[in-house]
Design a protein around this ligand. Structure first.
Ligand code: PDD
Length: 284
């Protein structure tokens, strides 16, 4: 069951016009919200980022947070599985093709749910591999835009090399992954690239930082050079769908010992405990 412009319908019955500006121009924004035990994780934060993305493309938010919450709750109960990944997508609607915004056109609003599948345990134990590439995206990567062609091409490069993620370097500095936030560890200090217009402000990025503060793990927010990246003891990947993972092979070379490190192990465990505690609290 999906939600499309006011109706809950089976996905097979969903139809949109070929003139939808999402289809024609990629003119829209989206969110991906993880759901654990039927409860959306960090919903307020995802809705806040959605508002920022909408502001970034000058599109009026069609719903209040309470309305979004109701729609998302309906989608969760209408779909199977305790853990789900909610995809929420808003475009500037249907209009004759013209780059400039149409006037008084209703946006297209689409919400769907997919199963949220935890990373296999063996990948938590071994870590995953990544490659690097030049970050050739635009300079508003802070907007969660549906026009994802650069990210798609960059992720495909990883896929073609049997790697999990492509880490992006812009002017010699790490920005993020093609669809994840990236951190490194050097001399037991978690190094966090500062938020900017060249990265998506990840919700999981914020959770990682909060956990580092809460558990008094040493961390520093600072630019990460290519040299830092290549000489790091650990590399961590974070996103709503992948949670926290360790990158143990970069461009075919071992990262540190070639095994997930101590900082990863701690953050991974804290993240799992945090998730459980939030769920307990919210389901009371
Ligand atoms: N992607 N950076 C980029 C470019 C991303 O696409 C994502 C998430 C992140 C991590 O953000 P968050 O922690 O809020 O998930 C960082 C989602 C999962 C996607 O496009 O499917």
């Amino acid at each position: 069951m999906i939600y499309l412009n006011g109706s809950f319908i089976p996905i097979e019955d969903a139809r949109i016009s070929v003139l939808d500006r999402g289809f024609i121009f990629g003119d829209g924004v989206y969110e991906v919200i993880p759901v654990y035990s039927h409860i959306p994780f960090r919903l307020a934060e995802h809705l806040r980022r959605l508002q920022k993305s909408l502001d970034g493309i000058q599109l009026k938010n069609p719903h209040t947070d309470i309305e979004w919450e109701k729609l998302i709750t309906q989608i969760i109960v209408n779909n199977e599985g305790e853990d789900q990944s909610i995809y929420l997508h808003i475009t500037r609607g249907v209009a004759p093709r013209n780059h400039a915004f149409p006037k008084e056109v209703a946006p297209t609003i689409f919400i769907m749910s997919s199963p949220l599948i935890a990373a296999p345990k063996e990948l938590i134990v071994t870590g995953v591999s990544a490659i690097t590439a030049n970050d050739n995206r635009w300079s508003r990567c802070d907007i969660k835009a549906i026009s994802l062609l650069p990210n798609v091409l960059l992720r495909q490069m990883a896929s073609d090399s049997d790697a999990t993620e492509t880490l992006l370097l812009r002017d010699g500095f790490l920005s993020e992954g093609s669809a994840s936030s990236i951190f490194i560890v050097k001399n037991k200090i978690l190094l966090v690239p500062p938020k900017s217009n060249f990265m998506l402000p990840g919700i999981t990025y914020d959770v990682v930082l909060e956990l580092a503060v809460k558990y008094q793990m040493p961390y520093k927010i600072r630019e990460i050079s290519e040299n830092d990246l290549r000489s790091s003891d650990e590399i961590l990947l974070a996103s709503s769908t992948k949670e926290i993972m360790s990158i143990t092979l970069l461009d075919g070379k071992k990262v540190g010992s070639g095994k997930p490190g101590e900082v990863f192990a701690q953050l991974y465990q804290h993240y799992q405990n945090f998730k459980i505690s939030i769920m307990r609290r919210e389901s009371v």
